[in-house]
Design a protein around this ligand. Structure first.
Ligand code: ADP
Length: 596
C-alpha cells in the first residue's frame, strides 16, 4: 500500500497565499530560511568548539595537572638526593682532612729522633714541620705522665708547666681505647677558640701525650673551599648542637645552631624554616670526631634548575595547547562558514528552482486553462456559424424555432462547461468572499452524499457505508468549499468503481483534529500516480468530462483550513482518502481572509 499526503504541497508558502497562483514566490520566507540556516550553523559551530574544549583541552589539562604533581614530587626528591650527595662527599673530605692532621702529629711523635725530654729547639722544629704540612696548626705541646705540659712551641709560652690533668680532652684521651683524640672547639687556658688533636704513647708503663691545637678559622676556610661552586652553606656542629665551624656572617663558634638533626640517624635530609625561608638541610656524622656536618640550601635554590625546566615545560605546553586550540577553532570556523555559505547558496538555488518550477506550473496551468476554454469556445463559434447558415435562405436549411433551439442548447452546454472551468479556477483562487461559520462535518457529509446519490451515484450499484461519530466537535469553516472537498473525493470514489462497489465514510475526533475517511472498493491508484493526483489538470479519466482539478482544489481548500489530505491505495483493491481538519476554535476564528 502506498501512502501520500498533501502536507508537502506549497509547504513554504503562507496559507492565505497558497491558493493564489499569483503569489507563489515569497521573499520573506527566503529570509526566514537563511536565518534558519545561519542559526543551525552557529549551533553546529558552538557544538564543535565545545567538543574541542571537552575532548581536547580538558583531558590535556588533567594530564598536565597529573604530570605537574609527579614532576614536583620528583623535583623535591632529586633536590634532596643531590644535597645528600654533596653532604656525603664533604663529610668524606673532612674525615680525610682530620685523619691527615692526626697522621702529621702521629708521625712526629713516633719518629726515632723524638726524646722524652724535648728541648725548645726540638719543639720549634716540630711545630715548623706541622705548619709545613698544614698552616692551621697553632702550637704544639708535650705532656708528662702527670698531665703537665713540659715542653711547647707556639704563641702561648705562658702555658708551659700548666697542669692539664683535669682538662676534659686530656681525661677523655687517657680513658679512651683509641690512642688519639680530636676535641670540640673550646677556649681552654688561653681563652681563645681552638680545637686540639692529641696523641698518647706509653713508655715504661707511663703515658705521655703530644698535642697540637688548630685554628678553627683555617678550618672554616677549608670548609668554604670544599663547598665552593655548589651554592651550599656548610657548618659543623657537635652533638649538643653547638657550632664548631660556622660562617662568621651567620653566627659564632660555640653558639647554638638553628637546626639540630635527629640524634639516632647518622645521615639524612630534612626541610626546616630559617628566617622565614624554607631551607633544605643534609646532615652527615663525621667519623673521626663526634661532629655533624650540616649542608644547607634554600629550597628555591635547591630546586631552581628543575623549577626552570618545569616552567619551560608548562609554558610550552600552554602555548602548544593554545596554538592547537586556535588552529582547530579557526579551522572549524572556516569549515563551518564554508558549509554555511554552501548551504545558503543551495537554499537560494532551491528557491530559484522552486520559483522556476512554479512559473512553469503557472505556464502549464495557463496553457491548460486556454485549452479547456478553447474547446467550448470552438463549439460555440461553430454552432453559431451553423445557426447563421440555417437562417440563410440560400442554404435552404431547417430554420424552424425547434431546430435553432436545438443548436442554441449546444451553445448553452459549451458555455456551461466554460463557466464550470472558470468557477473551479475561482474556487482555487479563493476569489469569492468567504463566510466562515460553525460547521457540522457529519451534516455536511450527509448533505453531499444525498445530492450525489441523485445524480453521480445513480447509474451504478454503489453501497454507502457510513460510520459518522456522534457529537463530533464543530469546526469553523466555509461550508461550501468543505462540501466541494467531500464531493470531489466522493465523485472520484464513484468514478473508480466500475459498476458495483462500496464507498465507506467515517468520521472521528482525534486529539485536536477531525478525521474524515472516504474509502472505496475501486480500481486503486498506481504508485507512480500517487504523487501526481494533486497536480492541477492531472487526470486519467478520458471523455472530456473531467478537468483534473478536483483533488487539486480539494487539497488547496484543506490546506487553507490548516489541514491535510492523506491517501492510501492498493491498486486493484481500492483507495482511502483521509481529510484531517483542525478543531482548534481559536485558530479557526483567526483564519486569514484570502486576498481578493
Ligand atoms: P479528475 O477527477 O477530473 O480526473 P481529480 O483531480 O479529481 O481530477 O483526480 C485526478 C486523478 O486522480 C483522477 O483522474 C484519477 O486517476 C485519480 N483518482 C482520484 N481519486 C481516485 C480514486 N478514488 N480511485 C482511483 N483513482 C483516483
Amino acid at each position: 500500500m502506498r501512502v501520500w499526503d498533501t502536507s508537502h504541497l506549497l509547504d513554504d508558502i503562507p496559507a492565505h497565499k497558497q491558493a493564489s497562483a499569483g503569489h507563489i514566490y515569497a521573499p520573506a520566507d527566503s529570509q526566514a530560511n537563511l536565518q534558519r540556516i545561519r542559526f543551525h550553523f552557529k549551533q553546529l559551530q558552538t557544538r564543535l568548539i565545545l567538543g574541542l574544549v571537552l575532548g581536547f583541552l580538558l583531558p590535556n589539562a588533567l594530564l598536565s595537572a597529573y604530570f605537574h604533581f609527579q614532576f614536583t614530587h620528583t623535583l623535591k626528591e632529586s633536590a634532596k638526593l643531590s644535597l645528600a650527595a654533596v653532604a656525603e662527599s664533604q663529610k668524606n673530605t673532612i674525615d680525610l682532612y682530620l685523619q691527615e692532621r692526626v697522621v702529621n702529629l702521629y708521625n712526629l711523635f713516633h719518629s726515632k729522633d723524638f726524646s722524652l725530654n724535648p728541648t725548645q729547639e726540638q719543639m720549634e722544629t716540630l711545630l715548623a714541620s706541622l705548619k709545613h704540612f698544614h698552616d692551621g696548626f697553632i702550637d704544639v705541646g708535650f705532656f708528662d705522665p702527670r698531665g703537665v705540659q713540659i715542653a711547647c712551641a707556639g704563641p702561648f709560652h705562658s702555658l708551659l708547666g700548666m697542669d692539664y690533668s683535669h682538662e676534659p680532652w686530656y681525661h677523655t684521651l687517657l680513658e679512651d681505647s683509641k690512642n688519639y683524640l680530636i676535641s670540640d672547639i673550646y677556649l681552654g687556658f688561653r681563652k681563645v677558640p681552638h680545637f686540639t688533636i692529641a696523641i698518647k704513647q706509653v713508655f715504661d708503663n707511663q703515658t705521655y701525650v703530644m698535642r697540637a691545637s688548630l685554628d678553627p678559622d683555617k678550618f672554616y676556610i677549608f670548609l668554604r673551599a670544599i663547598s665552593q661552586g655548589k651554592e651550599v652553606e656548610s657548618t659543623l656542629i657537635n652533638h649538643q648542637g653547638i657550632y664548631q665551624v660556622v660562617d662568621p656572617g651567620r653566627s659564632q663558634f660555640l653558639n647554638r645552631s638553628d637546626y639540630i638533626p635527629p640524634p639516632i640517624s647518622p645521615a639524612g635530609v630534612e626541610e626546616f624554616e630559617r628566617d622565614n625561608q624554607k631551607m633544605l638541610v643534609a646532615y652527615a656524622s663525621i667519623k673521626e670526631t663526634p661532629w655533624v656536618l650540616l649542608t644547607m640550601q634554600p629550597v628555591s635554590v635547591a630546586q631552581a634548575g628543575m623549577i626552570n625546566t618545569r616552567l619551560v615545560l608548562t609554558t610550552s605546553l600552554v602555548i602548544i595547547s593554545l596554538l592547537i586550540s586556535a588552529i582547530i577553532y579557526f579551522t572549524i570556523r572556516r569549515l563551518v562558514d564554508r558549509a554555511r555559505r554552501m548551504a545558503e547558496k543551495g537554499q537560494q538555488l532551491q528557491e530559484m528552482l522552486t520559483h522556476a518550477s512554479k512559473l512553469a506550473s503557472i505556464g502549464e496551468l495557463a496553457a491548460g486553462v486556454a485549452h479547456e476554454i478553447n474547446n467550448p469556445l470552438a463549439i460555440i463559434m461553430a454552432t453559431s456559424g451553423v445557426i447563421r447558415d440555417m437562417l440563410n435562405p440560400e442554404f435552404e436549411l431547417d430554420h424552424s424555432p425547434e431546430a435553432i433551439c436545438k443548436e442554441l442548447s449546444v451553445i448553452d452546454t459549451a458555455a456551461d462547461r466554460a463557466k464550470g472551468i472558470t468557477r473551479k479556477l475561482q474556487d482555487m483562487g479563493k476569489s469569492r468572499v468567504p463566510s466562515v461559520v460553525e460547521c457540522d462535518v457529519n451534516a455536511l457529509l450527509d448533505e453531499v452524499v444525498g445530492r450525489l446519490k441523485k445524480v453521480e451515484f445513480k447509474p451504478k450499484h454503489i453501497e454507502i457505508a457510513g460510520d459518522l461519530a456522534p457529537g463530533l466537535p464543530r469546526i469553523f469553516a466555509e461550508p461550501e468549499p468543505l462540501r466541494q472537498v467531500f464531493a470531489n473525493i466522493l465523485i472520484n470514489a464513484c468514478d473508480a468503481i466500475a459498476d458495483r462497489g462500496t464507498i465507506g465514510i467515517t468520521t472521528e475526533a482525534k486529539e485536536d483534529m477531525i478525521l474524515v475517511t472516504i474509502t472505496d472498493s475501486g480500481k486503486g491508484i498506481p504508485p507512480e500516480n500517487l504523487q501526481l493526483i494533486f497536480n492541477p489538470f492531472f487526470t486519467t479519466k478520458g471523455g472530456g468530462r473531467s478537468t483534473g482539478l478536483g483533488l487539486s482544489i480539494a487539497a488547496s481548500i484543506v490546506k487553507y483550513l490548516g489541514g491535510i489530505i492523506r491517501v492510501n491505495s492498493i491498486p486493484g483493491t481500492g483507495s482511502s482518502f483521509t481529510i484531517l481538519l483542525p478543531i482548534n476554535e481559536q485558530a479557526q476564528k483567526t483564519i486569514k481572509q484570502p486576498e481578493k
